[in-house]
Structures are given as structure tokens and as C-alpha cells.
Design a protein around this ligand. Sequence first.
Ligand SMILES: Nc1nc2c(c(=O)[nH]1)N[C@H]1C(S)=C(S)[C@@H](COP(=O)(O)OP(=O)(O)OC[C@H]3O[C@@H](n4cnc5c(N)ncnc54)[C@H](O)[C@@H]3O)O[C@H]1N2
Ligand code: MOO
Length: 570
Amino acid sequence: MTPAAPDGSGPTSVPRGNNVDGGAGDSGAGDSFEDGLEAVPGDPQAGALDAHTPDSAGPGIAGHDAADQDAAGQDSADKDAADQDSADVQHRHLAHTWQEARQLAFDCATPIPAAPVPLRQALGRTLAADVVALQDMPHYASSAMDGWAVNGSGPWILAEPNQRLAPHQASRIATGGLIPAGAKAVLRSESGVIGTDEDGLPVLKLGGSAKPGDPRNGDHIRKAGEEAAAGDVLIKRGAVLNPAHLALAALAGNDTLPVLGKALVRLVLTGSEVVTSGLPAPGQVRDTFGPQLAAVVGMLGGICTEEVKIGDTYAEWLAALEDGEPVPAGGGQPSGQSSGQPSSQSSSASDIPFRDASGGRSAAPPAADPAAESLPADVVITTGGTGRSATDHLRRSVDELGGRLLIDGIAMRPGHPAVLAELPDGRYILGLPGNPLAAMMALSTIGAPLLAALGHCSIPPLSEVPCGSTIDADPGRTRLMPFRLLYGMASPAQHTGPGMMRGLAAADGVLVVPPHGVQLGELVPAFALPWGTPLPDAAAASGTPKPAAKRTARKTSTSDGPVDWSALLG
Ligand SMILES: Nc1nc2c(c(=O)[nH]1)N[C@H]1C(S)=C(S)[C@@H](COP(=O)(O)OP(=O)(O)OC[C@H]3O[C@@H](n4cnc5c(N)ncnc54)[C@H](O)[C@@H]3O)O[C@H]1N2
Ligand code: MOO
């Protein structure tokens, strides 16, 4: 049992494993996997492959095994055996270190070129070119008050609106109305009364609140060009667009704004044991990705365009990763069911095309262009299936599609089976492990730098925080430990097994614990959570964005050059 920190939120000394709870129910996956990382240079455990057994797995793994048996129905037993042999051979890969993987994920991508997007989709985007006034603002002289446009002093003879006014003539005008030729001022309605002259004809006279001499020339007239002259710079390139910027751009006559590109992301959530509502039965697990992943991707600089849920068969995997696989309307499946076809799921993120569980359109979809549903993604994020069993199909699907693995495992825990691949059409496939915390750590390690690079940002900064515990060495791998800041010290959180989310939900950041461990009070690298506040010295550690390099167009694109499809997104 590990001694608890003063507030009970963490241990004062953390042993080799990452599950500081020490709970037997969740430690199996991580520990057994470490045996699978024996190919990491210098790891003394090299050679012990596939030590993970159903006995050592936590409840989630056992559930997955059961589901696998159903899902694997399309593959013959012979094929399974051959796949397993091949997987065992492939298992002897060299995992990247945590630092290598992070840098590689940033370096492999080039920023998506700038493109115009409609004003409503430009909120929060980075402006790629100065916005100038396309004409004088306002572009005509107008009345600032309801009243009368007048020429000279009163009393005034009333004329028809919008006609040239001769001296001592006036005509009705509303706020914003075009000042007629000849008008010198506007008399507000409270300052005038309609009377008659000595001939009994109607005339406008000063009255009410008017002061002698009212109105002076120019009173209550908004002059043309008083806000900006045509060509004036209104918003500078580089601005992160806020709602007032969008209003200003509209005032200036713009329909679209050029913004820096961001990655369009498609989510493919796998696992026939995964259910999306209610209490899961034994052997099932409740989906933890649907409620959060799209939002986190947004916080990391991507735009989720679609989310599909599939089962565990190879055919489903292949279909979901193939390009141009828009989900036909009405083709979705109810939550937790596997059909052999991807089923589109609703999401809480406001910019995701939304279908309800039956595949029909929701009665209250978020504002998004339906065309976005058929747009190709720059990045496909998968969850689950990163293992090397016969029912884990990520690598095989990438291979079948002619892709190559850029990262095939990371010497870290949790999240070590994470995969980054590139397909011939230029799409990146980011394979997150199925275990919920492992997935978020993999997303933070390689997803965040990838989305940052594609979105013209610098690599996410690392901070250094003093560690509130002694953490033992764990040769050959980096440990990512959610922590809470207590009295300025990082105290590793409890409940951080690979399948748990409780520790992360309460965390202030994540410690990047080096393989040799940490002494109490020592500075440790750490990163902030996408939804959290920056860590104390994060600014000092920040890097610089990549220059916007030329980016190869999607090979399947029908356009002449790279296109930022986000122009069509909500
Ligand atoms: N023989 C070995 N088995 C395992 C190893 C290993 O090295 N050798 N590594 C373990 C580790 S560590 C991890 S992490 C997982 C990676 O598994 P996969 O990416 O293949 O994911 P699955 O097997 O599909 O699922 C794992 C786990 O996660 C649960 N899951 C999946 N999707 C969801 C979801 N949407 N919400 C919540 N939970 C989800 C699933 O039910 C499983 O319990 O492999 C270990 N095994
Ligand atoms: O180590 Mo896994 O956490 O369960 O990726």
C-alpha cells in the first residue's frame, strides 16, 4: 500500500507501476504490456512476449476478449493463427521514446494552407491576411436620429423624403436613413413640431427640447467614411477572430475571411463491447470517447467532422479507414451494435455533423454544413485495436491501404501501443489504445503535436514542476502521471490505472516521469491538460510555430491545389 499525500490525493513514494491505486483490477494490462516492450533498447525484460493472459487482464480486457470472439466471425481459424504468428514477429519492434514520438508526430506534418471560410465559421480561427475596408465605412451619410433632414434654418416647408432639399425645406428621415442631397443637418423628432404658417400650410418648427440655433450643420449626421476609408486595415493578420471581428468584417463588406488551416478529424470508435448509454452489462463497457474526444480534439486545434462507431471485424476497420467513406444517411446503427458498416454517432461538439443513433438526422442538429459529412479528413483517430491480437486490425488495415507506420508503439505507460501512420492519400491515422486513460495519454503525446503542426502552431509546451513524491525508476519507459498541485508541488493522483478516468478528471496536469525516476522536490517535466490552466512556467518553455510549408495536395482531391475544407464546416 502506498502512503498517501497529506490530502490523500497521492502517494509520497510511487512504485514502478503507474497505477498508484495498486488496484489489481486494472494493473494487468499495463504490466503485461511492459513485457511486450522488451525490444526497447536496454530493457532487461526483452524476449518475454505476450505475457498478457485473460487471467491477468482487468475486467475491461476480459470483456473485450468475449466481444472479440463474436466480432472475429468473418476470419477463419487458420487465418487467425497465421495473423497471430505474424503479430508476434511484428511485436519485436523498436518503440520510440516518449520524446522521440512527440517530436516525430510534430515533424512529420506540415501546416495546412490558409483558405477562406464563411464568416460564421471563422470564430476562433487565426486570420491569414489583413482585413481591409472594401469601401468607405459607412459608405453613405446617414441619419443618427429619427426626425427630419433639414436645409438651413426653420421654419421648414415639408418636402417628400429622399428629394433634394432647397433652403428652408425639410423631409422625414429615420435613423440610418440616407441623407438627401441639400440636407445640412437632422432635427430629431423631439425637437420639432408640425404647425402651420400664416397661409395655413403645414410647416416644421422648432419645439419640444430644441435649443435656439438647433440644429447646427452636421448635427445627427453620420458622415460617410467616419469609421474607415476604403483600404484601411481593420483587422491585422494573425488575429484570433472574436465575434466583434466577424461583425466588423461583415460591416466592411466581407463574406469570407482567409484563415490558417486546421486539421479535419474523423473519429472511428471501435469495439463491439462498447455501449454508448446506460449501465453496461458484464462484458460490456461504457464508451468514454464519444462524450469527450471531439471536444478535446477541438481544444488541441483540430475540427471534428464526423464520428463513427464500428465493431471489431477487419471488414469494418477497413471500410472505416478507406477514403471517401461518407456514411449514408440512415445507414447508422443503434449504439453498441455492430453491423459491418460504420455507424455515425451524435456528438456533443457543436461543429460535428450530427446523426442520431438510428442514423436519421437529429431534430436539433448543431449548425453545420451537411456537405461536411462527405469531406475527407486530414486525420483519422481510431480508438481500440492497437494491440497485436488477431482481433486488433489497425496495423493490418493500414498495410492493406498501402500506408506506412510512422510510430508503432511508444516506450511509455500508459498508452504504449499507440500508432501513428500515414496513408498514400496523405491522411494520418492516429491509433489510440482502447483503455481510456491510455488513449488520452497517447493523444497528448502524439495527437497534440500532430494537430499543432497541421494547424500552424508550435509544439505544445512542457513545463517543469517540483515533484511532491519520490518516484522509483522504471527502466526503459516514461510514465505519464496525472497530478494535482498541492502547495506548489506535483502530487501524483490516485485512480490512474489505464482504464480509469477519475485521476485525470481531477488533475492539474500530467507529469512526464523519466525512466530513472524522480526524487522528492526534483523538477519534473509536465504538461497542462487541454482543458486546464497553463502550468506555472509553461510560457518559458514554449517553442515557435513551423513556417507554413508547401503541403502536398490530397491525392484523391479533385481540386487544383490543397483545399481547406473547413470552409464548409460549422
Ligand atoms: N497480450 C497483450 N495484451 C495487451 C497488451 C499487451 O502488451 N499484450 N497491452 C495492453 C495495453 S497496455 C493496452 S492499452 C491495450 C490496448 O488495447 P487496444 O488498443 O487493442 O484496445 P482494445 O483491446 O480494443 O480495448 C482495450 C480496453 O479498452 C476498452 N475500451 C475500448 N474502447 C473503449 C471505449 N470507447 N470506452 C471505454 N473503454 C473502451 C476495452 O473494452 C478494453 O477493456 O491492450 C492491452 N492488452
Ligand atoms: O499501457 Mo496500456 O495503458 O493500458 O497503453
